[in-house]
Design a protein around this ligand. Sequence first.
Ligand code: G3I
Length: 315
Amino acid sequence: ASGLAVAAKAAGLKYFGSATDNPELTDTTYVAQLSNTKDFGQITPGNSMKWDATEPTRGTFTFTQGDVVASLAQKNGQLLRGHNCVWYNQLPSWVTSGNFDNATLTSIIQNHCSTLVGHYKGQIWDVINEPFNDDGTWRTSVFYTTTGQSYVATALRAARAADPAAKLYINDYNIEGTGAKSTAMVNLVKSLKAQGVPIDGIGIQAHLIVGQVPSTLQANIQQFTALGVEVAITELDIRMTLPSTDALLAQQKKDYQTVVAACKAVSGCIGVTIWDYTDKYSWVPSTFSGQGAALPWDANLVKKPAYDGILAGFA
Ligand code: G3I
């Protein structure tokens, strides 16, 4: 029998994977499927490598939770995507309220990224997460406000110095289709490359809505890889307004197929990760009231039509 990861490799990708999170790892049925490497050749920790989890106090690092996910990946023989070094969200208050000057915050970023990436060597890393607003302007954050755009280069250089073998990504949402935000990403990567800043990839999160996969997805992946970086779909899920119906599940199957086929069609698109694999543990219902059913396994861990959609996309 085939599987999602088997199909991804056969299609020329490096991996198909899933996010997971520490609380779910007590669910043995869940873990057994997550560890099935025919379906998942890669995992991403949904929360446990974020700043609030890893450096809750300045200079004091706690890798306990992240290590649980890293060990599971290693035990299973799965790739790991580190997520993430620098993001405006899930920051400890000592970072957001420290009133650091540019030089001090720059050294804090360097120390955070180099310690994190140095601890989890040989991985793919979302070094920068969600730097832009939807209109393509820079997102306000403690980092941007204090250092301007330079925090991006600071973090990437620190990550490269800590682990020359790591693949370094900038990851964002609403950069699936062409448009102002994707253009901003193109311009950022061009400018980083022109300055000799290390950048290996663009992560397209792909938190999508059933029936609304952007028609320019493949062209957009193409314009990203044309910059000389790889692309990964990093957080794919395709939500719907509940309750799910046969018609919505059929459209969702098509949508998963469309996304996967777009990645397959562009040689620099190296992997696809879903943002957990079962509706039981999706972030969607708690964030978007009345929406959900976004993943290829239902809340009882039964495969939905979307599973076959992914296989069809890779075929
Ligand atoms: O850790 C606390 C815990 O102490 C407390 O008891 C509990 C009560 O609600 O909350 C826990 O924190 C939650 C955290 O996940 C860990 O479970 C937060 O409330 C909750 O908001 C947080 O949600 C995460 C979200 O990022 C935060 O922005 C989701 O699980 C996670 O899937 C989601 O992932 C993001 C990516 O990192 C970036 N792209 C978008 C994606 C979806 O939002």
